[in-house]
Design a protein around this ligand. Structure first.
Ligand code: G3P
Ligand code: CA
Length: 346
């Protein structure tokens, strides 16, 4: 079925077209971060060229209120901040994006992710750390880039924005969720059918976007492990049928990690699937797991095609966050069109 027909069906049913996608969505995780330093404009442009359906932006705030595309609230794992501004760390030894103006942030050099203690690259076979002249970018710069590329190529690549650690921002007197909705609204993102998802690990902050801030945009509840300390949320409870029912009152989907869907292998080597995908689908929730990486495969999986087959064919996911979007595009292209769709109940 062609996308236009799906859109028409969605309209008739009163549903956002995104919820009736004919095939699972390929979400470029931090751009094409397997090939170029994460969250740079170059990485986003390459993800677009590789055919991703959505490009992910993690968002934090600068001292002067600019929304910056950056995975961590800290700067020292992907930039040269420690060399450029050595006296600007906090007592905990970390450099916080929130302590720098956008003019300062844009002057930093960005490289592949590294361990600030040793300087060693986290992914040793990726883009060389010493090469290139990459910079941070703002959310608005990425919005303009993707809109421009959509216009020049005729594609309809969407945004997939995660607002990072809203509780930290709130403690510092900043309202990251409200600032995000303001920027998105100014760029025309305010309709449930827009090509965008907004995601967050913090259920209180995400639910607030729907209730208090009254956004109509599609929301995705990320699920971590309690041990990670992403938020005070109890992710074990959120993954139960009752927890998923509650998520479905404010979100259109969940973003679990891979291990929450494939929990291990049986004695005969067969992958063991949890009931999470089926339980989420029962509540009308999309399932977009993270993170597929061709250069970091789970034990027992020999290549990215095998990993993708396991999740796309056997687990039945609706989308995937991947560092190498071309591998995701190839795997999804080989799938038959969906005969059943996950429908949101709102
Ligand atoms: O947002 C999905 C995935 O990106 C969550 O993990 O740590 O890469 O933001 P993280
Ligand atoms: Ca993310």
């Amino acid at each position: 079925m062609k996308p236009i027909a799906l859109t028409a069906i969605a309209c008739l049913l009163g549903l956002p077209a995104i919820l009736l996608a004919a095939k699972p969505l390929v979400i470029a995780h931090r751009g094409a971060s397997g090939y170029l330093p994460e969250h740079t404009l170059e990485s986003a442009a390459y993800a677009h060229a590789l055919g991703a359906d959505y490009i992910e932006q993690d968002i934090v705030m600068s001292r002067d209120g600019t929304l910056v595309v950056l995975h961590d609230i800290h700067l020292e794992t992907t930039t040269d901040v420690a060399a450029r501004f050595p006296d600007r760390k906090r007592p905990d030894g970390r450099f916080y994006a929130l302590d720098f103006t956008w003019d300062e942030l844009r002057s930093l050099r960005v490289s592949e992710r590294f361990d600030p203690k040793t300087g060693a690259a986290v992914f040793p076979r990726r883009f060389p750390a010493a090469a290139g002249a990459f910079r941070l970018c703002t959310l608005e710069e990425q919005i303009a880039l993707i809109a421009g590329l959509n216009r020049s190529t005729g594609r309809t690549t969407g945004l997939y924005v995660e607002f990072k650690d809203p509780a930290f921002h709130q403690k510092e007197g900043r309202d990251l969720g409200a600032a995000l909705l303001e920027v998105l609204g100014r760029h025309g993102y305010d309709d449930p059918a827009d090509r965008i998802f907004v995601q967050c690990f913090d259920p209180v902050a995400l639910k607030r976007l729907r209730t208090e801030l009254r956004t109509r945009l599609p929301l995705v509840q990320l699920l971590g492990d309690n041990a990670w300390g992403e938020s005070p949320a109890d992710y074990n409870a959120m993954r139960t049928p009752a927890g998923l029912k509650e998520i479905a009152t404010y979100a259109q989907g969940i973003g679990p990690h891979l291990g929450q869907i494939v929990s291990g292998r049986s004695a005969d080597g067969k992958p063991q699937l949890t009931s999470l995908v089926a339980d989420a689908h029962r509540e009308g929730l999309l399932v977009h797991p993270y993170t597929f990486r061709a250069d970091t495969l789970p034990a027992g999986i020999s290549d990215i095609a095998g990993l993708l087959d396991l999740f796309l064919v056997h687990a039945g996911i609706d989308g995937l966050f991947i560092d190498q979007p071309d591998a995701g595009v190839r795997a999804v292209a080989a799938l038959p069109l969906k005969t059943e769709t996950t429908r949101n109940k709102h």
